[in-house]
Design a protein around this ligand. Structure first.
Ligand SMILES: [Zn+2]
Length: 215
């Protein structure tokens, strides 16, 4: 099915359950995401390179409607929006899975504080809606300061040591999944934790990237 048709179908399902509802992108009285805002979440999967040298496939640009939708999902309990955002994330995941054979998905876990605040994990929720299975191999071992308040170097320092593998990962290969690629500090920390447990990282996939990363 064409991607726009899939997006509309996902949103009509959500609408039927949750109406009346405001569009998570523009606030119009409509469904989870109105027809105008749907066009903003058609994926354009793009391979990028994180600061630590990993290939990261991204689907959307974190600005405007996309930014508002992601914030609605993460900060306003709009779990209905996750159903639609699962479709562009899946496009990036599919590209990432082609980086190797036998690759498992691993979602970057929410910090404990964020999980307590929200009651759900946005990345895992999107993966489930996209029909993907993620291996629960990483655990958040301490709550880093919220990254959005920090610059590039402080983000890397803040993240270091914040994730840990639950078990030895020798012989297993992973694609790291996160919501937004900003400086790449979170993905670098996930890769460090996987490698420290003996696993291999083939790359990463995120729903969106922050455009100030452009050269
Ligand atoms: Zn809208």
């Amino acid at each position: 099915m064409h991607v726009i048709a899939r997006l509309k179908s996902a949103l009509l399902d959500a609408w039927a359950v949750l109406m009346p509802v405001e569009c998570g992108g523009c606030g119009a009285d409509d469904r989870s995401i109105c027809t105008t805002c749907i066009s903003a979440i058609v994926p354009v999967t793009t391979p990028r390179s994180s600061a630590s040298g990993l290939t990261v496939f991204t689907a959307l640009t974190y600005e405007g409607i996309v930014r508002r939708l992601i914030l609605a999902m993460k900060e306003q309990n709009r779990t209905d929006v996750a159903r639609a955002l699962a479709i562009p994330l899946s496009a990036a995941v599919t590209r990432g899975l082609a980086l190797g054979d036998g690759v498992e998905l691993v979602a970057v876990p929410s910090s404990r504080a964020a999980y307590r605040r929200r009651g759900y994990d946005p990345v895992s929720l999107m993966l489930r809606h996209g029909g993907h299975r993620a291996s629960r191999v990483l655990v958040s071992v301490r709550s880093a300061t919220r990254q959005k308040l920090l610059g590039v170097e402080d983000r890397a320092t803040n993240m270091r040591g914040s994730l840990r593998a639950r078990t030895p990962l020798g012989g297993r290969r992973f694609l790291i999944i996160d919501d937004v690629l900003t400086t790449g500090a979170t993905i670098a920390e996930a890769a460090r934790a996987i490698r420290a447990a003996g696993g291999e990282v083939v790359g990463a996939a995120t729903l969106a990237f922050t455009p100030r990363l452009r050269e």
